[in-house]
Ligand binder design. Structure first.
Ligand code: GLY
Length: 259
């Protein structure tokens, strides 16, 4: 048994479907290989379990090629779940298919309503503070609705301007202990100057989406400098291969909802 500080006890994941090859992609580094994606997803689940999480595994839904990226569909706080409204039209149906599972664990569920759009890959939790990236997927109205809900439950939300990356957490992760992994456009963000920053080079920017879980940090395979940087800050790392999800802009955090 490993000795870990447990903050999260559960995670929800959704199996990738064969339609993952049609997932939204901002680059043309190739289509995901379905069989390889399945293998990598299994390894990811094992890593979550190793970190002490009970993993709720939902079946693939071929109607939604990006639906393995469950993180975008909800913000799970200790007291309340907030269902999002994805800015990507092809992803809006993912809310209806996650809602029932969320209702199994939460009595209090709020929703983001149009014209507000928000994807929770744009939200970084730091204790009771939530930083919300204003990306192409998350508009001001969606962020304002989210901030109103957070304030009603005694938490805080802060909008963050961004121009470059898909989601806020495409270039940022919070490793607890006041420590951020940061890349590219977020390096100079005034709101993040209060944190200790582990600066990731542009070449390894994908690995800025690393994932703290109960005092372990999942790091994507193939980014040795970022792994060493995180380890030098005192964290134990677990390397997980996400090459197939990367092809459609998916990263470690996108693949689960932790709570
Ligand atoms: N392919 C992940 C996304 O664009 O949302």
């Amino acid at each position: 048994m490993i000795d870990i500080k447990a903050k999260f006890t559960k995670a929800i994941v959704r199996m990738p479907g064969k339609s993952i090859v049609e997932g939204l992609a901002s680059t043309s580094i190739g289509k995901p290989d379905y069989d390889k994606a399945l293998e990598q997803h299994q390894e990811y689940i094992k890593a979550l379990q190793y970190c002490g999480l009970e993993v709720i595994i939902l079946p693939a839904d071929e109607r939604y090629p990006d639906s393995t990226f469950v993180e975008d569909t909800a913000l799970l706080t200790p007291d309340c779940a907030i269902l999002t409204n994805p800015g990507a039209k092809s992803r809006t149906g993912e809310i209806a298919i996650i809602a029932e599972t969320i209702a199994d664990f939460y009595d209090s569920i709020e929703t983001i309503e149009p014209p507000g759009t928000i994807e929770a890959g744009d939200i970084m939790m730091v204790g009771n503070d939530f930083y919300i990236g204003l990306s192409e997927r998350t508009n001001k109205e969606g962020a304002n609705q989210m901030i109103d809900i957070l304030q009603r439950i005694g938490m805080n939300g802060f909008p963050i301007a961004m121009n470059e990356m898909l989601h806020l957490k495409s270039g940022l992760s919070y490793l607890e202990n006041n420590c951020l992994v940061v890349a590219k456009e977020f390096l100079n963000e005034p709101r993040f100057q209060q944190f200790k920053q582990l600066e990731v080079s542009s070449e390894e920017a994908y690995a800025a989406n690393s994932l703290w879980i109960n005092d372990r940090v999942l790091v994507p395979k193939g980014f040795p400098n970022t792994k060493a940087l995180i380890e030098s800050a005192g964290y134990k790392t677990i390397v997980v291969d996400t090459s197939e999800f990367r092809k459609i802009d998916g990263g470690l955090s996108c693949l689960s909802l932790r709570f």
